[in-house]
Design a protein around this ligand. Structure first.
Ligand code: UDP
Ligand code: MG
Length: 160
């Protein structure tokens, strides 16, 4: 095991990123995965998945009661999504920055939502909002055995 990786161990976080059904339908899967991959985060889980209403409601349980909640559940269950688990130091906040503001019209150019979408109800991608929710959402969307721990050959070229 590489010493510099051990040193960084305690700062390592996980986040759940998901290409929403509109991103899959519009052929943006490769583009979206690529942004996290190029940044240098570690991909630990990846699958195409059609989720149930129950799973969508559990994932977005904090938003239950909002006026847009029923439409949000219809949106997320309307077709397959791409589920991803990413690991890295500071990955939760950094992924949110790469994704951009919830409203794509307010999202900065250069962000995924800023570059690739125009409406909140079709904002192509999800990212966990805290390390706790990162863990919760990865456990919710992935089964045991679907998450891989591995050390990429480029590791010493990403962190000193
Ligand atoms: N959403 C919506 N209308 C709103 C707020 C949110 O349709 O007024 C949708 C949007 O797709 C958003 C998702 O609900 O991505 C979850 O909302 P949240 O506030 O958690 O935004 P996010 O964390 O995805 O930026
Ligand atoms: Mg959120």
């Amino acid at each position: 095991f590489l010493p510099h990786l051990v040193a960084a161990m305690e700062e390592v976080e996980e986040t759940y990123v998901m290409v929403k059904p509109d991103g899959v339908q519009r052929g943006l899967v490769g583009e979206i995965i690529s942004r996290f991959e190029k940044k240098g985060f570690l991909l630990k889980g990846l699958k195409l998945f059609q989720c149930s209403k129950e799973l969508a409601e559990e994932h977005y349980k904090d938003l239950k009661g909002k006026t847009f909640f029923p439409k949000l559940i219809d949106y997320i269950t309307s077709g397959p999504v791409v589920c991803m688990a990413w690991e890295g130091v500071g990955v939760v906040a950094s992924a949110r920055k790469l994704i951009g503001a919830t409203n794509p019209l307010q999202a900065e150019p250069g962000t995924i939502r800023g570059d690739l979408s125009v409406q909140m109800g079709r904002n192509v991608v999800h990212g966990s909002d805290s390390p706790e929710n990162g863990k919760r959402e990865i456990a919710l969307w992935f089964k045991e055995g679907e998450i891989c721990s591995w050390v990429p050959v480029q590791a010493p070229w990403l962190r000193e």
